[in-house]
Write a protein that binds this ligand. Sequence first.
Ligand code: SF4
Length: 352
Amino acid sequence: MTDFGDRIMRWYRTSRRDLPWRHTRDPYTIWVSEVILQQTKVDQGLGYFLRFTGRFRDVQSLASASGQEVLAVWKGLGYYSRARNMHAAAGMVVSEYQGVFPETYDKLIKLKGIGKYTAAAVASISGGEPVPVVDGNVIRVFSRLFGIEEVAGSGRSFKRVAEKSLQYIHREDPGTYNQAVMEFGALFCKPGRPDCPNCIFSDECFAFLNGKVEQLPVKRPEIPRKTRWFNYIFAVTAQGDVVMQQRRDRDIWENLWELPLVESGHLLDPGELEASGLWKQLDPYNACKAVLLSDAKHILSHRIIYARFYKISGILNMHLQSGSNYKLIPVDQLKYLPVSRLMDRFFQDQVY
Ligand code: SF4
């Protein structure tokens, strides 16, 4: 195919969605949108984008916020390491580039948390640099159109797709070209069954002409998800404070807040929970009972979490010792804490 670049740009001009980050070339704004939209659908990401850029209007305001503030604005989006990396990257931009957000691939790729995809997106859209972006949508489009049969997500697939895209990239407007390919993958050449007979590439598409649309791109064999069982205790003191802790270990939800937790090999029944060391710490005189509130299943990229929420019957008379991992948080302050989506859903059902 010789005119892929022109055809995809023509399609984009008439079919693209009107999204706020498409009205700017400001590298900070483009960067925020690209990070939020990784693994998040546009409909869901849009609200977060507006909230994030409303609160942190530029890289200076992001750099000068506290880590907890950034996590609180990010709350609910998941992938919290991204928010922490963005905060660190903003600090680097302020200290190393005097607050001027870089626009070249070589500088961008050195910032914390910025990988090849984001660096290429910002460099091409803001800086006009002809570097191809390669994400899941781009891999699907090129694998099908040109019969690339490497496993999607592998280094070889990335290399072949990047080389192919570079062949067609629009030298004067690489940002629009990159967005056009991504948008075509998101809206037309979709993962399920795309409308191939009405596609602008149906006359030359390898997958369509060879009956391989559903086989391409070649999928990576699934990695089984690890299962974990979390038993949470909702404990409220006589003063109306909720016992909370901050996750510290290098594990999921690092630095986020949650209720006191007993992790076990299965979901505990009330008797098993009352026999746990944590329960005895919260209820040393054995005066209360565990009352089941709810169960939830939460799926993360590599884990399935079965969660059970208990409350402590009766009022706790708890005095935290200094140095304790637990903190007492007034109930009306809970909504300001950065918490996982699982915890947020529980609070929305039971507290907010
Ligand atoms: S013909 Fe089908 S598989 Fe090929 S590019 Fe178009 S939508 Fe995708």
